[in-house]
Design a binder for this molecule. Structure first.
Ligand code: HEC
Length: 271
């Protein structure tokens, strides 16, 4: 009898301990986030935004052209506020595009870069700085900081893309039979220490979507939205998500629609 009680007590302790230890760690991580946020200029992502601005204005590629003629939706070369209205339909390309896909298009059409080269290894590995395209995305997006997401996404081709994004978000696929919804369609979920935002809930979506591109402390570089989704695809053990692909644009359009009205604060800061 006594032995059973001891075993029961031990078991209770075993189960109780990890939960409280995890809460403590969560609190400590939150404190660390706060400390980094207290001085916004301590965010190393600003260095990449500056690098992106210099790249935007520097002639490059086989055509030796700058991107100052790139039309991000508000007219050739207009950067201020352009990100706040993306993704959108571009008549010249006959496609809906998010920021990175549009930059890819401009680098190809204006500067003469080969698209296949640009999408081969588009994202940095841990410890490496964000690639040039991502630095430019950080610069352009930062020029909408303080504004609210205002992409209308209300024309027929735009609506179709948002619908595709919704379908993909819910579609279970891959060897683990995961959908985005498996991890992101509920409040209060987490994997290990990472909180999993409920991306369909406008309040939660508004809070997190407008923070990309973000400096990610654990991998010590800026990560763009295309990179974030690439990593979630990897977590699902799916084939690589190609930058600029229809699926990537559709998911970003859907997420942005859910975050409509949310404030843009780029570069964000993630754990
Ligand atoms: C197996 C679980 C899992 C699946 C499935 C998954 N994700 Fe994620 N996602 C995560 C984790 C974990 C994080 C947070 C990583 C971190 O904190 O560094 C995350 C982060 C994100 C973020 C950034 C949230 C923030 O805090 O700013 C977005 C956006 C996102 N995922 C979108 C998607 C989309 C779209 C899909 C489907 C293509 C998807 N995820 C599938 C686990 C998942």
């Amino acid at each position: 009898m006594r032995k059973t009680t001891i075993v029961a007590a031990c078991c209770a302790l075993l189960f109780a301990l990890p939960a409280s230890a995890q809460d403590e760690t969560e609190k400590a991580v939150e404190k660390y986030r706060q400390m980094l946020k207290e001085d916004p200029w301590s965010n190393p992502g600003f260095l990449d935004a500056d690098r992106g601005e210099a790249l935007w204005k520097t002639a490059a590629g086989p055509n030796k052209a700058t991107l100052e003629k790139c039309d991000l939706g508000k007219g050739a070369g207009v950067v201020d506020g352009a990100f706040a209205e993306l993704p959108r339909y571009f008549a010249d390309a006959g496609k809906v595009m998010d920021l990175e896909t549009r930059l890819l298009w401009c680098m190809e059409k204006i500067q003469g870069f080969n698209r296949a080269d640009l999408v081969k290894r588009p994202h940095p590995s841990g410890g490496q700085p964000v690639k040039d395209l991502g630095a430019m995305a950080t610069y352009v997006a930062s020029k909408s900081s303080g504004q609210k997401f205002a992409a209308k996404l209300d024309t027929p081709p735009e609506k179709a893309v948002v619908e595709l994004g919704q379908a993909v978000f819910w579609r279970r696929q891959g060897p683990h039979d995961f959908a985005c919804a498996t991890c992101h369609a509920d409040s209060g979920k987490r994997i290990r220490l990472q909180g999993l935002p409920f991306l369909l809930q406008p309040e939660e979506a508004k809070k997190v979507i407008g923070e990309w591109p973000a400096y990610r402390v654990s991998s010590t570089h800026v990560m763009t939205m295309q990179h974030r989704l690439y990593d979630c695809y990897w977590q699902m053990r799916m084939p690589e998500l190609e930058m600029g692909s229809d699926v990537s644009v559709a998911l970003i359009a859907y997420l942005t629609k859910n975050a409509q009205g949310g404030e843009i604060a780029v570069p964000g800061l993630k754990r």
